[in-house]
Design a protein around this ligand. Structure first.
Ligand SMILES: NC(=O)c1ccc[n+]([C@@H]2O[C@H](COP(=O)([O-])OP(=O)(O)OC[C@H]3O[C@@H](n4cnc5c(N)ncnc54)[C@H](OP(=O)(O)O)[C@@H]3O)[C@@H](O)[C@H]2O)c1
Length: 277
């Protein structure tokens, strides 16, 4: 049966491979990207223009996400089967977004929460599910109660690992609190350009060398396909379509609650949210 699937970060790497693969499987895909020119090129090259909608949205901006949520709600009133939160960044230097948060904290984590909450009613309509691209890099992250945003002494990889940890913590909390199926995925080591964007030539070269033994993005889609199609996958975190171990702090209810409260405070900055309880 054709599903309606929204994917973030479809202009390169894993998101692009997923965008193409899921259409090939017969699904309708709403693809989100920050770069209008890249989206145009993607549309131009597509062999299945009737099977997708491409939307420009900078996930580093809450107001842009809110506009996108409204557009999707208007155009897909029947609901969404799957939301795949996939986009992420690893800028070398500390940057703040227009909303005042560290870039990775906002794009890799807060945007996931903002979009998931905003589209939850559509997902419920179809008894759908949410998938979040995390990473086994989270296993080297430190959960620091005093510096959730990891801005104390910014280091790109430290921030990245922490946001990938938050992806799984948030997935577990969302599952528990909203009673919706949520999964996190480790895609494996994948030859993409993520480590070459917004960074130095040296860091980019190290990333290319590091991922030279990685898989092609097209090979990373199988776990997502499994989670899109399987009847009721039970585990929280998957790698190669199988449950994968995750860091112990993710099972710590107090740590998850702290992240949950701070996340909701951040994404509802200007509003008093009933979910803050
Ligand atoms: N590659 C790996 O080995 C690996 C391993 C584990 C986990 N992951 C995870 O896999 C996911 C995909 O990464 P990738 O490796 O495929 O990297 P990628 O090729 O750089 O893809 C990231 C996508 O996110 C988009 N994006 C970034 N910032 C955005 C923003 N503010 N608004 C909207 N879209 C934005 C990028 O757009 P542009 O095209 O404009 O840059 C791109 O389409 C990430 O969550 C990453 O953490 C990757």
């Amino acid at each position: 049966m054709q599903k309606t699937i929204l994917i973030t970060g479809v202009t390169s790497g894993i998101g692009k491979a997923l965008f193409e693969h899921l259409q090939h499987q017969g699904h309708f895909v709403i693809g989100i990207g920050r770069n209008a020119a890249k989206l145009k090129l993607l549309a131009h090259k597509s062999e299945t223009p009737e099977q997708h909608l491409l939307l420009t949205c900078d996930l580093a901006s809450f107001s842009a996400i809110e506009k996108t949520i409204e557009t999707v709600k208007q155009q897909f009133k029947d609901g969404l089967d799957v939301l795949i939160n996939n986009a992420a960044v690893v800028p070398k230097n500390k940057k703040l977004t227009e909303d005042g948060f560290e870039m990775q904290y906002q794009v890799n984590h807060l945007a996931v929460a903002k979009l998931s909450f905003g589209l939850l009613s559509l997902i419920r309509k179809k008894q759908g599910r949410i998938i979040i691209t995390s990473s086994n890099a989270h296993k080297r992250a430190k959960f620091d109660v005093d510096d959730l945003e990891a801005t104390g002494k910014y280091h790109p990889l430290r921030s990245y690992m922490r946001t990938k940890l938050y992806n799984i913590m948030f997935a577990m909390s969302l599952r528990e609190k909203e009673n919706v199926p949520v999964y996190a995925v480790h895609p494996g080591l994948v030859k993409t350009e993520i480590g070459t964007k917004d960074t130095s030539k040296l860091y980019a070269a190290i990333w290319r060398l590091f991922t030279s033994r990685g898989i092609r993005p097209e090979k990373a889609v199988s776990t997502y396909t499994y989670l899109v199609e399987a009847a009721h996958p039970e585990a929280l975190y998957y790698y190669r379509s199988k449950p994968e171990k995750y860091l112990a702090v993710i099972d710590d209810a107090a740590a998850r609650q702290l992240l949950w409260r701070e996340t909701l405070k951040a994404i509802h900055k200007d509003k008093q949210s009933p979910e803050l309880i």
